[in-house]
Design a protein around this ligand. Structure first.
Ligand code: SF4
Length: 697
């Protein structure tokens, strides 16, 4: 076990572990060995002294009365959530025996499936000893696609590494497009930069089917049809080329394929042509396009919501090229940010040991868990899944097509282990539930995808009850299963050192000792960071790839284009007739995916499940404010109260999530209606490509 040099009284530096681009530097106040308060570090240039609504409740969550404190063994039917306490010795002994039986049994080791995502973004507790363990025993690989995969893959084909202006640069912009991002909920530390930009005269435009709390604060809200963002971007490019506002020098110097793009957008994507597709007036598109092409600097904050449909990868790729067309990348604060994750060049291979993966090991896409657990070949070929080990995730709430997922989790012949803080919707189906530590109780190191500071997390309190860090649980399990490689003996501080052991110049001078001293460190990029001003992208061509020939080999258009959502009127008119509303299920302000949904103050703040509908949609269905609604499609249904509002565009329904099924009416949630379909790139999820109908229940 890694040493915990704990303070009894004082302030301990930490990092917010959650799946959020802000990765706040936290200060944890400790009194008599107990955490009493968490606070944003006022010295951190992005955190600026504040945490969000959710994480301000981290102490309450840590000491929650329902916190798991000992291993639990199932004693009732799967799904009922009846358990008895057990010792670690009993738990690890039985889990090791069962996993050994399965890996040496007729179906072999690939019948074991790990399932994890971003319950913590920390490298030690999220992707180190766990990966070593599963790679060594020969388990199936998991494609971790549930959030960002389509956009990540799109950016890779276009720019190579994911980079873009951070809040420190963005404040210099004069026009900010908040595109598919509810910034005040999902990226709140960008907002002070937006405000500073505004103080200097910048205009802020929200492009979103929903008038989110962020859109309501912007100068203009453009209620675009869901999934049509690429069409709007193509029309904006049309105007830039048509009116001689494109930066041809930048395009010629740094991109490949721009001439073909120019021809395409001039011939095919006039604002008049795009208007019915995107659901905005031709005039609105013209105005936006001219404003974008004639202002400097311009900053676009696009977020992952807009890539959760069948054409999501192509949408990100297309939007990302707007600043290449206008040359906005040249300017301080100019460009577009999906993620800054590519700026971090840590030694992930040392942590995860991908060299241990046997050639030919199959990969299962995490968003197809329903199929993986219910089909005899897991839906991908090979053996059925006989063991599922879940950590840092709650697929019983967050996975799409939950009816299928629950059917799989109920299988009596499936051995399920869940590492958790609470008895979640997934834990209720487990054979064993193992109590895991929270961020206050373990070591970790954090990269981020919203800025370029690396952050250390020191433990501030002793583990609550008998909980253990994920890293330690896998370390002990490896020992129980006779895995003797010295890599399983590395403690958490050794793992952090290994992560930092990278020759990349951006990590020069960043050591564990320095992080221990200072808490966080900026990567060694220039102060006025302009990642693509004079780029040398690590793409196959060494240029920004407007034309990406490798996409043709994947059956996609190698040039930016518009791919409609698979459940839209354009792609599936028959389906859209039966289910005429597109259901969007973005994050509820007080929740972080399914985390925090059981914290009383936050659950109260969120209230019960609601369904937002435009007055026209409500009127044709005879729906009034407060009615109990059933939202359904062929996959399933859920219940929510009607909110009738012009804050969503016609044709759209909105239900904020992610709620726990066990805390929802009839045990069903929005994810009973979402599909296991896969996006055009990266195997990404289609949460917002979801046609439904609504009726009064
Ligand atoms: S969830 Fe985001 S905004 Fe909230 S504390 Fe964590 S990093 Fe900061």
């Amino acid at each position: 076990m890694t040493p915990l040099p704990l303070l009894r009284d004082g302030i301990v530096r930490g990092a917010c572990p959650h799946d959020c681009p802000d990765t706040c530097a936290m200060l944890v106040h400790v009194r008599d060995g107990r955490a009493v308060r968490v606070q944003g570090d006022p010295a951190h240039p992005v955190t600026q002294g504040f945490l969000c609504t959710k994480v301000n409740r981290y102490v309450e969550r840590t000491y929650h009365a329902d916190r798991l404190t000992v291993p639990l063994r199932r004693i009732g039917p799967k799904g009922e959530g009846r358990f008895e306490p057990a010792t670690w010795d009993e738990a690890l002994g039985d889990i090791a025996r069962r996993l050994d039986e399965i890996r040496h049994g007729p179906h072999g080791p690939q019948s074991i499936l790990p399932y994890s995502y971003a319950g913590t973004m920390g490298l030690v507790q999220g992707s180190s000893m766990d990966r070593r363990f599963f790679h060594r025993i020969g388990a199936s690989l998991l494609a971790r696609t549930i959030c960002s995969a389509a956009g990540v893959e799109a950016w890779k084909h276009t720019y190579g590494d994911r980079m873009g202006p951070t809040p420190e640069e963005a404040e210099h912009a004069r026009l900010i497009l908040i595109w598919g991002s509810n910034t005040l909920t999902s990226n709140p530390h960008l907002w002070p930069a937006v405000r500073r930009a505004r103080d200097r005269g910048a205009r802020v435009v929200a492009i979103d089917p929903i008038r989110t709390r962020t859109a309501a604060q912007c100068d203009r809200w453009l209620p675009i049809r869901p999934g049509t963002d690429a069409a709007l971007a193509l029309a904006m490019m049309h105007v830039a080329f048509r009116d001689g506002l494109a930066d041809l020098d930048y395009l010629a110097a740094h991109t490949v394929g721009w001439e073909a793009l120019r021809e395409r957008v001039l011939n095919e994507w006039s604002p008049a042509r795009a208007a019915p597709t995107v659901g905005l007036d031709e005039g609105e598109i013209e105005t936006l396009a001219l404003e974008y092409a004639t202002t400097r600097p311009t900053f676009i904050r696009l977020n992952y919501g807009l890539q959760r449909h069948a054409g999501g990868g192509m949408a990100v790729r297309t939007l990302s090229l707007l600043p290449a067309v206008t040359g906005a990348w040249r300017d301080l604060g100019g460009g577009a940010t999906l993620s800054t994750g590519g700026a971090f060049k840590l030694n992930n291979a040392a942590l995860e040991r991908p060299d241990w993966v046997a050639p030919g090991t199959r990969t299962i896409n995490m968003i197809r868990l329903g199929d993986a657990l219910t089909l005899p070949d897991a839906g991908v070929g090979g053996p059925p899944v006989k063991a599922l080990v879940v950590y840092n995730s709650n697929p019983g709430a967050v996975a799409p097509d939950l009816r299928k997922v629950r059917e799989g989790l109920r299988r009596e012949d499936l051995f399920t282990v869940v590492l958790e803080h609470f008895r979640t919707d997934t834990a209720d189906y487990a054979d064993w539930v193992l109590p895991a530590t929270t961020q206050l109780e373990h070591w970790d190191v954090h990269t981020t995808y919203g800025h370029i500071y690396l952050t250390l997390n020191r433990p501030s309190i002793a583990p609550v009850g008998e909980s253990l860090p994920n890293s330690e649980i896998f370390r002990r399990l490896a020992a129980r299963m006779g895995l003797t490689d010295p890599a399983f003996a590395d403690d958490d501080l050794a793992l952090i050192r290994q992560a930092l052991d990278s020759p990349h110049p951006s990590l020069a001078g960043i050591t564990l000792e320095r992080l221990m001293e200072e808490g966080w460190a900026r990567l060694a990029y220039p102060a006025d960071w302009r990642p693509y001003a004079d780029p040398r992208p690590n793409t196959p061509s060494g240029k920004i790839q407007i034309l990406a020939p490798e996409l043709a080999r994947l059956g996609l258009d190698p040039l930016p284009t518009y791919i409609p959502p698979q459940e839209s009127t354009e792609a599936a008119p028959g389906l859209a007739e039966r289910f005429p509303l597109t259901l969007l299920s973005p994050p509820e302000h007080p929740f972080m995916n399914s985390t925090f949904a059981n914290v009383p103050a936050l659950e109260r703040a969120a209230g019960g499940a609601t369904l937002l509908l435009h007055p026209n949609e409500a009127a044709v269905r005879g729906i009034r404010e407060g009615d109990r609604l059933r939202t359904f499609n062929d996959r399933g249904d859920f219940f929510a109260r009607a909110v009738v509002t012009d804050g969503v565009r016609p044709g759209v329904a909105v239900s904020y999530g992610v709620r726990w099924a066990s805390r929802s009416e009839c045990g069903r949630t929005v994810n009973d209606t979402t599909s296991q379909g896969v996006a055009d790139l990266g195997g990404g999820a289609l949460f917002y490509d979801n046609a439904v109908e609504v009726e009064i229940a």
